[in-house]
Design a protein around this ligand. Structure first.
Ligand code: SAH
Length: 531
């Protein structure tokens, strides 16, 4: 899925755009930062927004690709230690030259900083040789990120005045090392080793043999700055065994030096309330996930599972007829965000806008719907104290609905409780179907693999249809199999209707916020894990 690129914070023009007649290709070598997409530089992000071709690496966060225009050409260059390379370095170099010579704006996105063990220099040398113009944007290198996100200041006046970045990738059987271990072992305060997991026993031996104390503290940090971060701490004497036992695999960094001891006091990232929790967030593909953002802000690792695709209906005649006599309606009721979205889309398509809605009063099912409505310039007249269809019906009954004309723009298949209650009380209700909820196909295996991994701690549901479609996607053959797949997985449901759909399917709800909003849901999940 590709999100709309957020607006750049300041106007930004590339030379190629200022003088298009001169448009020659150019390669922008951009550091993606260590993993958290928020750690790319502002210039790096601008360039992603301008890319016509993006060539990206294994270590660059996939989420950064959402900034790249959808019509750009996406090329995965791969490269991952120990795994068969998708493209050789020569192929990548040639590709960059070819794209630039076609006149393209090429962004070459690399994990961390392109010039720190990133072969950025080599790629640029080839470009220079072919007279291709280029620019470089530095990035936050994983060494500083790993230390920072493990709560280790890489330098500290009381402990060290020097830092060295080493590669641990050297072949230990090589006759002569490019690293002068003798000088490094005692001559440098903090030592950070990239690509060193495989050779860790050899690295610690070299340091100890050359005079560094075996008691020197060491931290090893995997996938630094991401929700998957894992770290272990030991000493030069025992870190190799600890890493082996805890099965820490690349990509990981080794931080060696007295500063590691500060982690005890300064660890902040791994202390967040939901750190290390894997949460499946079911949602509709169209809706931006505030829930994912809130959970991740607190450290959770989310698997976003789109359970519904929203598609507009082909025939809008019921809404069109209603809009022609909109002033005869006393109420328009919105029971979903998509109801608001598709209603206004049709309104605008017909050349109308919010001013044409001044006749009827407007009721909404809850606060988020009211908030979205306000973005279209309309303040809701009625938000029920209880954010459900029943709650809305009750609030309307209190006002008396007999003989009132009510318009409900909503999904083709929606809950009937609101229209039925209102009709029962004498209202004339028009349901205008605007969109269809379609369960997406083909995600069964991926979702099952997640559940079978045993790592999922919780699944969240924000509507009954997300529950139903999740169950369809899981496709369990029996109740027993479903319970087996969901064993140990907690369930959070946004409100009583969603919760009932969960319990009707034989599963148990563990978290349910008192207010049916995303923010309350996030708070309830945090509370659940904290007590
Ligand atoms: N140019 C990159 C380094 C590429 S070398 C940079 O500046 O960070 C690849 C090595 O970087 C990996 O083997 C690992 O040691 C380290 N690395 C990259 N991203 C990492 C991350 N998020 N967490 C831990 N180590 C990482």
């Amino acid at each position: 899925m590709r999100l709309a690129a957020p607006q750049a914070v300041q106007p930004f023009l590339l030379m190629e755009e200022i003088d298009n007649s001169q448009k020659k290709g150019k390669v922008y070598l951009v550091g993606a930062g260590p993993g958290d997409p928020g750690l790319i530089t502002v210039r790096g992000r601008y360039l992603l927004e301008k890319a016509e071709v993006i060539v990206y690496d294994y270590l660059a966060s996939r989420r950064l690709l959402t900034y790249v225009p959808a019509d750009a050409q996406f090329v995965y260059a791969g490269k991952r230690g120990g795994v068969k390379h998708t493209h050789t370095q020569d192929e990548i170099n040639q590709m960059l030259v070819d794209f630039a010579q076609e006149g393209k704006i090429v962004v070459r996105l690399k994990g961390g900083d392109p010039f720190i063990f990133g072969r950025g220099g080599e790629e640029l040398e080839v470009l220079a040789k072919h007279n291709v113009s280029f620019e470089v944007v530095p990035g936050v290198t994983s060494a500083t990120a790993a230390a920072t996100y493990a709560g280790i200041p890489i330098t500290h006046r009381d402990y060290t005045a020097s830092v060295a970045f080493l590669t641990g990738h050297e072949d230990p059987t090589k006759d002569k090392s490019n690293i002068d271990w003798q000088k490094i072992a005692t001559g440098i305060g903090t030592i950070v080793v990239y690509m060193g997991i495989k050779n860790l026993p050899f690295i610690v031996k070299n340091l100890i043999d050359n005079g560094r104390s075996p008691q020197t503290p060491v931290a090893v940090v995997r996938w630094a700055s991401t929700p998957e971060q894992r770290s272990v701490v030991g000493t030069l004497a025992d870190i190799a065994d600890i890493v082996k036992e805890s099965e820490i695999k690349p990509p990981a960094l080794i931080v060696i030096g007295e500063v590691v001891n500060l982690r005890g006091t300064l660890d902040w990232f791994e202390k967040r309330a939901l750190f290390g929790k894997r949460i499946i967030v079911t949602r509709t593909r169209e809706q931006a996930s505030e829930l994912v953002a809130g959970l991740e802000e607190n450290g959770a690792s989310c698997y976003e599972c789109s359970t519904i695709n929203i598609e507009p209906v082909e025939d809008y005649h019921i809404l069109d007829e209603a809009l022609e006599r909109i002033n005869e309606y006393h109420w328009i009721l919105f029971t979903s965000l998509n109801g608001v979205k598709y209603f206004f889309k049709r309104l605008y398509d017909k050349g109308l806008d919010a001013r044409d809605l001044k006749g009827p009063d407007i009721g909404v099912v809850g606060k988020s719907t009211a908030d979205l409505l306000l973005e279209y310039g309309v303040n809701a007249d009625l938000i029920p104290p209880v954010f459900t269809g029943e709650g809305l019906a009750e609030s309307l009954l209190d006002q008396g609905v007999e003989g009132r004309n009510v318009l409900i723009p909503r999904a083709v298949e929606g809950r009937e409780i609101l229209p039925e209650t209102l009709r029962g009380a004498g209202a004339q209700v028009t349901i205008a179907p605007l969109y269809i909820n379609v369960p997406p196909q083909g995600r069964r295996d991926e979702l099952r693999a997640e559940l079978e991994s045993g790592e999922v701690g919780m699944v969240t549901f924000t509507s009954s249809s997300t529950v139903r479609n999740f169950l369809t996607m899981v496709d369990a053959e029996s109740q027993e199999e479903l319970e087996q797949l969901m064993a140990g997985v907690k369930i959070a449901a946004i409100g009583p209707i969603t919760a009932k759909t969960v319990t009707d399917s034989g599963l148990k709800v563990d978290v349910q916020p008192s207010q049916y909003t995303i923010i309350s849901m996030i708070k309830a999940i945090i509370d659940f894990y904290q007590c």
